[in-house]
Design a protein around this ligand. Structure first.
Ligand code: URA
Length: 222
């Protein structure tokens, strides 16, 4: 885990060869939907494992069949809420929950509304109560402009004040991180890697394309 000097509370996993290998497969245009979804699940699992290193632990005593000895539990792992931002976060959440198996899960949809306002519309919001001891993890693979996440974070904050509010993604553009940190300075951001920039259509460069389409196929309007 590497802290990015450009912001406070922003970390990437660019120093983890294993996470970088999974990311490389996701970036590859030849990777089809089955391998892409599997890659997102694996990233979720290993990023959650890395995240546990930042969690508070508690010393406990444990009795083996032979004698009593010292042990520990990760206290914060018992108090996690994962917010899944539809669609591409579904496989990422599946991976996260393998390590954070006690997590309560919220599901939200967020999409850009019509011109001229382009307001972010959240049509589906199912979020559990957030408690003071919770670590809330908002999972969204692609942090591009940051607009969707800012709106999701506004909404999540209505459900209670957690101990930690974390955004966990696969790739981020510097523009998106700056906008989120400006709107929500209290939020910690963890991503596999921080890419160069956004193109004129709001895609992350070099990126991996549209994560939702690559995982689930391109939607059409009948
Ligand atoms: N969403 C994606 O899926 N990809 C991008 O590059 C930006 C936003």
């Amino acid at each position: 885990m590497k802290r990015d000097e450009r912001w406070k509370g922003v970390y990437s996993f660019e120093d983890s060869p294993f996470i970088m290998e999974i990311l490389t497969e996701l970036r590859d245009e030849k990777t089809g939907p089955i391998a892409f979804r599997k890659g997102l699940v694996r990233l979720g699992r290993y990023m959650a494992y890395e995240l546990t290193k930042t969690m508070d632990v508690e010393k406990v005593r444990v009795k083996t069949p032979l004698e009593e000895t010292k042990g520990m539990i990760i206290k914060d792992r018992r108090n996690v809420v994962i917010i899944t931002v539809l669609r591409a976060a579904i496989p990422l959440m599946e991976g996260l929950i393998k390590v954070l198996e006690h997590a309560r899960v919220g599901i939200v949809s967020a999409s850009r509304g019509k011109a001229p306002k382009f307001e972010i519309e959240m049509k589906y919001v199912k979020v559990p109560q957030v408690k003071a001891e919770d670590t809330v993890i908002v999972a969204d693979p692609m942090i591009a402009t940051g607009s969707t996440l800012i709106r999701v974070l506004d909404e999540v904050k209505r459900y209670g004040k957690p101990k930690r509010l974390v955004v966990l993604g696969v790739l981020a553009a510097p523009e998106g991180i700056s906008r989120i940190k400006e709107a929500h300075p209290d939020v910690e951001i963890f991503v596999a890697a921080i890419d160069r920039e956004l193109n004129e259509k709001g895609y992350i460069l070099p990126g991996l394309g549209d994560a939702g389409d690559r995982a689930f196929g391109e939607p059409v309007r009948p």
